[in-house]
Design a protein around this ligand. Structure first.
Ligand code: FES
Length: 273
């Protein structure tokens, strides 16, 4: 049978025969991620209003060192006051020390890669839409091969889940001004921080790399009942990975906003118990 020659014409940047609103999702992702990066960067440099009562903003947790004189921050600091060997000229904030770790976990997430490759790099902007470049090196080459560190950052993200869960535990112990002791209570902030941990856990435990770990790296996971169940649980979360990626992103930013505005006296925390 004779071979039939096929000619494929390369589309120019943004060229497409699609008639739907194909640019709507990439534009929404561009706006959403830009807002988050702008707000979280601003919040990380503030080094103020990151605690309120027993609440600690997740952007600042854990507080390794706090600035001298920051009494509220020092109550949460693991190692006390910022040491002298940190140059005074460098901008300092407890958030700047820890945010790169969850930040890089998200940056290298398989879902976010697909989202920002389209929205920020137009590579391509959407399916069947022309892209503004003629070559594609993929993730097997530098620099995108570095995205493979995701599987290691996943373990750091799991450690953060334990730390943020501990912050929820601390968020139920309110100071009693009359006695000076702490007493059990539940405020709106407690609930917001709890929901945040649930959403972050749903996002992290449904990670593609976590599925591999949960399955015990077996070729035939169905022959290993425990791993099979763990793999099924992780897969169930993975089906909604995009949803949890966005909900946890919003909840972590909103948790910081809530603590910040309560600390600034703009919002009042509501106590239920
Ligand atoms: S693939 Fe999204 S968190 Fe790992």
């Amino acid at each position: 049978m004779d071979a039939i020659p096929v000619t494929i014409t390369r589309r120019g940047a943004g060229e497409t025969t699609r008639t739907d609103v194909w640019w709507g999702t990439p534009l929404a992702i561009f706006v959403g991620l830009s807002l988050f990066v702008a707000y979280s960067t601003w919040a990380a440099f503030q080094n103020a209003h990151y605690t309120y009562g027993p609440y600690l903003s997740p952007f600042y947790s854990p507080v390794i060192w706090a600035s001298p004189g920051d009494t509220a921050g020092l109550e949460h600091a693991w190692l006390g006051v910022k040491p002298d060997w940190i140059p005074a000229l460098l901008p300092f904030s407890p958030a700047l020390l820890i945010l790169p770790f969850p930040g890089l976990f998200r940056f290298t997430c398989y879902y976010y890669r697909g989202a920002y490759y389209k929205s920020f790099w137009a590579d391509p902007p959407a399916c069947a839409v022309g892209e503004p470049r003629n070559s594609y090196l993929g993730e097997q080459w530098f620099p995108l091969i570095l995205q493979n560190v995701h599987r290691y950052f996943m373990w750091i993200a799991v450690i953060f889940l334990f730390i943020l869960s501990y912050d929820v535990w601390l968020a139920v112990w309110f100071p009693n001004p009359a006695t000076g002791a702490t007493e059990f209570g539940v405020g709106l902030g407690t609930i917001i921080l709890t929901v945040n941990v649930v959403l972050l856990s749903s996002y992290t435990l449904g990670c593609h790399a976590m599925r591999h770990v949960a399955g015990g790296a077996h070729d035939e996971v169905s022959k290993h009942p425990f791993c099979d169940k763990a793999y099924a649980c992780s897969t169930a979360l993975n089906y909604k990975h995009q949803l949890f990626a966005w909900m946890s992103l919003i909840s972590v930013a909103f948790s910081d906003i809530y603590v910040r505005l309560c600390s600034m006296g703009i919002w009042s925390d509501v106590r239920f118990l």
